[in-house]
Design a protein around this ligand. Sequence first.
Ligand SMILES: [Zn+2]
Length: 433
Amino acid sequence: MEIKKLIEESYLLRRAYVSDDVVRALDNLKKYSNVKSRDFLFPSGKEYNGWMVPKKWDVKEAKILRNGRIVYDGLKHPLGVITNSSSFVGKVSKKKLVEHLHFAPNRPDAIPYHFRLQYRPWESDWGFCVPKTLYNSLKPGTYEVVLKTTLIKGVMVSREFILAGKSKYTIIFVAHVDHPGQANDDLTGCAVGIALLNELAKRYRKPRYTYKLLLTQEILGSVFYLHTMKKQELTALTYGLFLEMLGNKNTLHLQKSLLGDTYIDRVAMLALRKFRNPRISDFRESAGNDEIVFEAPGIEIPMPSISRWPYPEYHTSDDNLKIIHESKLQESVKYLLEMVFILEHDWVLTRIFDGLVSLANPKYDLYVDPGQIIGGGLHKNKALEGFQYQMPRYLTGKYAISDLAAIFEIDFGWLVDYFKNMEKKKLVSLSGI
Ligand SMILES: [Zn+2]
């Protein structure tokens, strides 16, 4: 499946938090999904912990004129008007006008993203986002502003995609579907998530865990999603991963969960071994997103995030299709599949023998000669040697395959095969994590 296509269809929509365009984008994405979905609806004005669902917003007309000639048309790009701007029609001096213009200081030709009013529905302002070059070229004089927007009661729509597993314990992937006129942040996370769940549905008919993908409004959507969720479902949410900015040309960047050493952190780190030059940051040292909501007190769902942060086009109109690479989107799915492989094949190991076992005896055939090429992604023979000598003492019912993969720096998949063999030879029992 070509993932970039999903982004191409929706990135130029004016995806304010509460808008028809955000629903259009969700519907565009859903067309490609092979799994079930359900919507979460939060009406404008709904409040929780001081967060408030904003009104539904749209722009009808957005012109700045001087001497009857259009100087700027804010409708030409979805970022041209500040999100949730109120209407203003009237004549203003240049001095007054520039108080309502915003530009990106470091990218003179790009239009920046102004999002603040969506988080502060109790504030009201009007304004445009413009290229710095246009801002600098404005001549003194009187300007006519025709900015007509609608701010009416509406519904904030978040959509959850579900692949049910054997267990109710759920791994939730989260991405945000808002951000008008931008591609990498974060339609790439949405599209990669859709492609991932499709692939999981193909590979695992009934996976060990339940997998969810939440496409929502940054911070706000997650706040209300978690707040309105039934207690039972909330407690089933075991681990999360935020998917963000996955199409630009950087290598993968893992940001750890708040505690940094949870099980999902270990899985995320192990999966990263197969990818070139990954970067790793502590909590909130890379791009900040909804992990802050999932990690909030009383909710406390460990949520690392995977991104390709940073990139210079961030939060401007330059965050467009030109910087999105299909190979990077595909690599992101591959990474997530690697994570899921670990989640689905990890077992706790308990020995069913005492004393030293001759692993080389043909009836076991489990001796791995460190002098041979044994393949399977083993890092180095030294690691294998250590593994062979020490591993039997780790089979205590306290360690999982992922622990040994981390301790001995040995490929997880190779270890799965090894311990499956050991189980067949009745030397070890494998139990669920
Ligand atoms: Zn953003």
